[in-house]
Design a protein. Structure first.
Length: 131
C-alpha cells in the first residue's frame, strides 16, 4: 500500500512537472498582455484540477511574475521609442491622449507606476521641445 502511494505521488509529480513546463513554454512565447492573461486563466483553471506541490506553486508564481515583467519592459521600451520619435508638441500630445486610455485599460497588467513613469517621460520630452 505504501509502495502504491509512493508510485502514485511520483507519477503525479512528473505529470505536474510536464504541465508546468508546458505553461513555461507558452508564457515564453506570449507577446502581449492579452495572451498572458489568457495563459494565466488557463493556469488558474488547471490549478484547481491538479494538486501542485507548494514548491511547484511557488515556481509557477515566479514564472508568471518573470514573464509579466518581461512584457512590461517590452511595452515600456516601445512606448519610450514612440515618444522619442515625435518631433512636435502637437504630435506628442496627440499620442499621449491616445495612450492614456490604453494605459488605463492595461493598469492591471502594467501598473499605475508605469503610467506615472510614462507621463513623467512625456512631460520631460515636452519640456525638451520648449528649449
Amino acid at each position: 500500500r505504501e509502495e502504491l502511494q509512493r508510485v502514485y505521488e511520483e507519477q503525479q509529480r512528473k505529470i505536474n512537472d510536464r504541465v508546468l513546463k508546458s505553461f513555461q513554454e507558452k508564457l515564453s512565447r506570449s507577446g502581449s498582455f492579452e495572451e498572458f492573461r489568457n495563459i494565466r486563466r488557463e493556469i488558474e483553471e488547471t490549478q484547481s484540477a491538479m494538486s501542485f506541490s507548494e514548491e511547484q506553486q511557488f515556481l509557477l508564481e515566479e514564472v508568471l511574475e518573470f514573464h509579466l515583467s518581461r512584457l512590461r519592459e517590452i511595452y515600456l521600451d516601445n512606448i519610450f521609442r514612440e515618444i522619442n520619435q515625435h518631433q512636435t508638441r502637437e504630435s506628442l500630445s496627440a499620442y499621449w491622449n491616445n495612450i492614456k486610455y490604453e494605459l488605463f485599460s492595461l493598469r492591471s497588467s502594467v501598473g499605475k507606476e508605469y503610467e506615472s513613469l510614462i507621463a513623467r517621460f512625456v512631460d520631460e520630452r515636452l519640456n525638451e521641445m520648449d528649449e
